[in-house]
Design a protein around this ligand. Structure first.
Ligand SMILES: Cc1ncc(COP(=O)(O)O)c(C=O)c1O
Length: 449
């Protein structure tokens, strides 16, 4: 059998169809009618039958600059030819220092020490470990608790699952980490349905952290982790002032604030980071996805310098390892080359500004879907939006999944999570792409009962 991954690989796909165990997929449904993509350029994917599909989801929130960027391909190829791999421990290479410095120059003031991982999940688990070990390093080892939030998605590692709050992802995996508690989530459709941007109501929901502090004692809490807006739960946008209030409460009680920016970093809100958009700086920030424009797996964790330096201070001799953590592929040369090329594109093409300029048009367009059958809420922020559908009686998730399949057939790739449709187009999208996405959705939703 020839091994190919191009458009003529129908025989190969048939051979591997049963062997491939798919992530987060209804595999029997998929395998009964596989959806196969064989190419991508700009705003479009190409299907195995040659049809083009408009990407309304940036792949999975990661392809910010559009697909098939020659600059990234060139940088990756050159790096592979020059230096394919370097041991990540006790060794360095130019790209990893370049990238750390480059990120530090973009990050909010104060966050300028960067640890590399290979995914969002690894970034989250790394951030949680840094938080715990930091508390220990500064003589607060009794701060062992980690606080997450209901409906949060922080990846699939045991740390991220534990602080995460999506029930389907958690059940089935045992008791998870001990010493974890959750804030209530911020979504209240009765008050905030069809909000444009940040809802007016609900900043006080941040005070739920005070309830948790009262219950456990602040002196036992290491860190709070939140997504600036919850993406995977269906674009749950924080109420105005909510994140600032969380910051204040964390400061009051010596609790580290971690922002999981795996989907918000690199321009989704029209700023480099959501921290910039909301004017709230966390102590630790996770990233992944857009760091390489989705081209090569990579993640990163940025921390305040004092956090990093507290690790160094634990050993006056300067000869022992300060943080017993890392991955074979931390700061992989090829991922660094891809990331540096992606960051160049973001800067040279002004993509964050471009996203900011398109956001009001995008907002108007998605809110024009209000009033269609079964649409019970529409939410948006930056270039992210959700259209929530009323679940069918006794058959949750079915309606949105049907919309997903129909949109794909009509040439638009959307994402669904439960009965919510999520849209997050690449930052290179133009008004014509927004129009097409919304037109196809409109026609689709009109015909789904
Ligand atoms: C906020 C957030 N954190 C973590 C992750 C996990 O990232 P990965 O799938 O790269 O492990 C995701 C993935 O969507 C995410 O949205």
């Amino acid at each position: 059998m020839t091994r190919r991954s191009d458009g003529g690989a129908a025989a190969d796909i048939a051979a591997g169809l049963e062997c491939y165990w798919m992530p987060f997929t209804a595999s029997r449904q998929f395998k009964s009618a596989p959806r196969i993509l064989v190419g991508a350029q700009g705003m479009h994917y190409v299907r195995d039958d040659g049809a083009r599909v408009l990407d309304a989801t940036s792949g999975m929130w990661c392809v910010m600059a559009g697909h098939g960027r020659a600059e990234i391909a060139q940088a990756v190829g050159a790096q592979l030819a020059r230096l394919d791999y370097v041991p990540a421990f006790q060794m360095g290479h130019p790209g990893v220092f370049d990238l750390a410095a480059r990120l530090a120059s973009m990050l909010p003031e104060g966050l300028d020490r960067v640890f590399f991982t290979n995914s969002g999940s690894e970034s989250v688990d790394t951030a949680l470990k840094i938080a715990l070990a930091y508390q220990q390093a500064r003589g607060q080892a009794q701060r062992f608790r980690l606080i997450g939030r209901e409906r949060a998605y922080h990846g699939v590692g045991f740390g991220g699952l534990s602080v995460g709050g999506i029930a389907n992802n958690r059940r089935g995996f045992g008791p998870l980490l001990p010493g974890v508690d959750h804030l209530r989530h911020t979504h209240d459709p009765a008050r905030n349905a069809f909000s444009r941007g940040e809802p007016e109501w609900g900043a006080h929901l941040a005070d739920d952290l005070e309830r948790i502090v009262a219950l456990h004692g602040a002196s036992t809490i290491a860190a709070l982790i939140v997504e600036p807006f919850a993406g995977s739960a269906g674009v749950l946008v924080p109420p105005k002032g909510y994140l600032r209030r969380l910051r204040e409460i964390c400061d009051r009680h010596g609790i580290l604030l971690v922002f999981d920016e795996v989907i918000t970093a690199f321009g989704r809100l029209g700023t480099a980071f959501a921290a910039d958009y909301f004017g709230v700086t966390p102590d630790i920030m996770t990233m992944a996805k857009g760091i390489t424009n989705g081209s090569v797996p990579m993640g990163a964790v940025a921390v305040r310098r004092e956090i990093h330096d507290a690790f160094l201070a634990t050993d006056a001799s300067g000869t022992t390892i300060e943080f017993f953590h890392g991955y074979t592929y931390s700061g992989h040369p090829v991922a660094c080359a891809a990331a540096l090329a992606a960051l160049d594109i973001y800067r040279d093409e002004g993509l964050f500004e471009r996203a900011r300029a398109l956001a009001p048009y995008f907002e108007d367009a998605v809110h024009s879907l209000e009033g269609l059958p079964a649409v019970i809420d529409i939410r948006n922020i930056g270039l992210a939006a959700a259209v929530e559908l009323e679940p069918r009686k006794d058959r949750p998730f079915e309606r949105a999944f049907e919309a997903y399949l129909r949109c794909f057939e009509a040439g638009v790739l959307i994402r669904v999570t439960g009965d919510t449709i999520a849209l997050s187009p690449p930052l290179v999208a133009g008004r014509e792409h927004v129009d097409e996405i919304v037109d196809v959705l409109k026609k689709t939703l009109k015909n789904i009962n």
